[in-house]
Design a protein around this ligand. Structure first.
Ligand code: ATP
Ligand code: MG
Length: 340
């Protein structure tokens, strides 16, 4: 049966890219599938985190899922560190993955920067943990932003290599032809890659030091308006057709954001605003952004004011996640040949 898994790191302020690239899709998928939505705190500590701030952001990410419309009864909302399967399977899959595969990961290169020798080992093996997150539940579908495409491909390679390396044991022990499914990335829509408001060549990120680069889910109407109006653009008016956006990354980004927020297509947006000045388009963009994000931000603030309720949701989710993962981990240990 199809099973959806996705994770968001508690690494700072959630933003429009997280919402349009991932969380909004979580909401849509819950109606057809069994979904697990994870606050990936083990991933977060691959770069230094202040402990008190980490605790706060774990609850805030869970609150964002719920505020955006993910039902915690219908779905499993939990934090990664409460389910030991993730770390256990990551070790075993780390012995399946090859160093050469990890050396090709662009996120590591970007996040480690120039001082690569000084990056944490965890940052380097991050994609192995991500493969374990997905495969611990034998998940089949993974809604993520475009930036995670390469990690998803690696997860597929790891699943396939495990199935091949242990194919004799898998069939001898009655687990069928292949133990892990090939997880499919769900990367779609006008905003699968939302770019920074300050630089159209960089993706919008929680870890960008400039708060002006992103629209946070908890920004109020004034902050949203000011960031959109100050967003980098070029001096040309908007084109009337998509082809006219080529070589204009900042303009293309704002049009994509508008289309995703308004639930329409890029072409329709250009038809409406093409030929006009940027300022008029930006005012309309502020209106759709405030209408969409205002209620989510307000609900997030309400939810985090009651941490005990969020903790109870996370604990319940962790128990339900553990119930799915535990037999899979037991099977993996059996396949590998561990005595239990
Ligand atoms: P960090 O900078 O700490 O890595 P982040 O903003 O990249 O934070 P993540 O927690 O790494 O956020 O990613 C959570 C989800 O949001 C992933 O599915 C990721 O693909 C998606 N996502 C992140 N940034 C964007 C973006 N700019 N556009 C679309 N999707 C995004
Ligand atoms: Mg990221």
């Amino acid at each position: 049966p199809p099973r959806v898994f996705s994770g968001v790191q508690p690494t700072g302020n959630l933003h429009l890219g997280n919402y349009l690239g991932a969380i909004q899709k979580f909401v849509a998928l819950q109606h057809q599938h069994e979904c697990l939505y994870c606050v990936v705190d083990l991933h977060a500590i691959t770069v230094a985190q202040d402990p008190n701030e980490l605790t706060r952001t774990i609850r805030e990410v869970a609150a964002a899922f719920i505020a955006a419309g993910v039902d915690p009864k219908k779905n499993i909302i939990f934090n990664q560190s409460q389910v030991s399967a993730h770390a256990e399977l990551a070790w075993i899959l780390g012995c399946t993955a090859r160093i050469g595969w990890l050396n090709r990961m662009t996120q590591f290169k970007e996040k480690a920067g120039k001082d690569r020798e000084n990056a944490s080992v965890g940052l380097y093996t991050y994609p192995v943990l991500m493969a374990a997150d997905i495969l611990a539940y034998r998940a089949t579908h993974v809604p993520v932003g475009e930036d995670q495409k390469q990690h998803l491909e690696l997860a597929r390679d790891i699943a396939q290599k495990f199935n091949n390396d242990f194919s004799a044991s898998i069939s001898a022990k009655g687990y069928g032809d292949a133990f892990f499914p090939q997880p499919e990335p769900l990367i779609q829509g006008a905003a699968a890659r939302v770019m920074s408001l300050r630089d159209g060549s960089k993706k919008m990120s929680k870890s960008d030091p400039s708060d002006q680069s992103r629209i946070n889910l908890t920004d109020d109407a004034d902050a949203i308006a000011s960031k959109v109006r100050k967003a980098k653009t070029d001096p040309e008016p908007l084109p009337s057709e998509s082809a006219g956006l080529e070589g204009r990354p900042e303009a293309a980004n704002l049009v994509g954001i508008y289309a995703a927020l308004a639930g329409t297509e890029q072409d329709a947006v250009l038809k409406q605003f093409g030929g006009g000045q940027f300022s008029a388009f930006k005012n309309a963009l502020v209106d759709v952004a405030v209408a969409k994000l205002g209620p989510i931000g307000a609900e997030m603030k309400r939810l985090v004011s009651d941490p005990a309720s969020i903790d109870a949701i996370l604990k319940d989710g962790a128990e339900r996640a553990h119930a799915i993962a535990a037999p899979n981990i037991a099977a993996v240990k059996d396949i590998v040949g561990f005595v239990r």
